[in-house]
Write a protein that binds this ligand. Sequence first.
Ligand SMILES: *Cc1c(COP(=O)(O)O)cnc(C)c1O
Length: 482
Amino acid sequence: MKDVKIQNEATLELSQEDMKSYGYEVVDAIVEHFVTQNDKLPVVSGSRSEMEKLFLEEAPEEPTDPKQVLNFVLDKVMTKSNIVSHPKSYSFVPGPSNYISAMADSLTAGFNIFSGGWQASPAAAEMEIVTMNWLLKMFGFPQKKGGGIFTSGGSMANLTGLVTARTVKCGDDFSKAIIYLSDQAHSSNIKAIRILGFKKEQIRIIPTDNEFKFSLNKLKNAIAKDRLEGLQPFCLIATAGTTNTGTIDPLSDLAKICKKEDIWFHIDGAYGGFAILSEDGKPLLKGIEKADSLTIDPHKWFYQPYEIGCLLVKRHKWLSGAFTERPEYLRDIEGNTSEINFYDHGIELTRRFRALKFYMSIKTFGLTEFRKAITYNIKLAEATESLLRKSPNWEVISPATLAVVNFRYNPIGNQLSEKELDELNQYISHEVVNSKEALLVTTVLNKQVVLRMCLINPRTTMDDIIDTMNLCEKFAKEKMTV
Ligand SMILES: *Cc1c(COP(=O)(O)O)cnc(C)c1O
């Protein structure tokens, strides 16, 4: 061979010293954020034009000093997001992360571990197997035959679950397949159904009863009617902890219907599933173990940083049956069946090592610590409900359920119409968010505009809540005197 010399000067590297001092500054910034976040304001705002003024530029050809870029990011980027782990961040589903898992994510990125196949990283694959076993046990799924996979979040877990359901129940022809979910089911399910190519006519949205639960009677009617029309009822999506109200569908009853009708039983426990770790939550989730597939979301009520969701299934074979392809370029890395290639169990080939943060945080804190935090969250919502009930100004619209409570300002003896009450509560939320003191937005229940608190932050105290209620009352009174 002819001698070819080629020299590369572009290795994208820093010196060891520079890497260290850069890294220490990153860690310092993260620690600083953890210890000062409670004292910051949880809400930020920024228009498109303000953001463009800060960031819009052509991709630079020339380098910039690393610390200069870092400082710019710390100063201008990290300060312009809502603090979802702030004690007064009550809306949507907060993200009260933990430091150990944040560091674990730094390790997985630092070592850039490929968590797709066994051969590439046997330890990462085994760790996903081990943590999946912990989860299977937690949720009463069969240990040996069951399986699961970490995903980026609940949306991807629901999508993965529905692909599996469709493959097992319908094979290639799903033209007559019908899928059932309630009007309180999370929008990611509809998104997944649409991504999968089901037509609108194949989706049955079943109205909920006055407690926001799946109406069994209406469901049975719908299934019976579809059967009469020669259609194929194939999948039902129940929710264990709706995002709006924390409501749990009647899981055991739905499981019976699914069994009798040979329908796949998917439970979306992305919000509420982890309540099973609490003695207060566990009985409410009875029946969750009957699911064929179950979505849970550790980056919600298991205090993990984004992104980590999870799908559990009764039979791990269902996943490999739905997702295994055998391209020639992966030929050399196919192992035996006990050595799982997780790319064969889900949608992604290249996957980050999500199991690590889950593993390290449980090893470090112990499950008991998580149980205590979740129990505290449930009790905090109950205490908030009693506080509201004792006040002449507030009305509870949906009682504390799995750490969610919905309420509205409706003082005794007022003469306001429903429309005016809606406007008043919208106004309260608007002013609170504008003040940046708390993130408290509205939702709509039974056509009423209500305020909603999701209290899954273990660092939220009763004082935080009293503070926020006082702030709400201040704005309400201002509005009522004009
Ligand atoms: C949040 C949520 C999802 C979506 O999960 P992501 O992690 O945001 O993708 C799905 N279902 C329910 C019930 C949820 O609360």
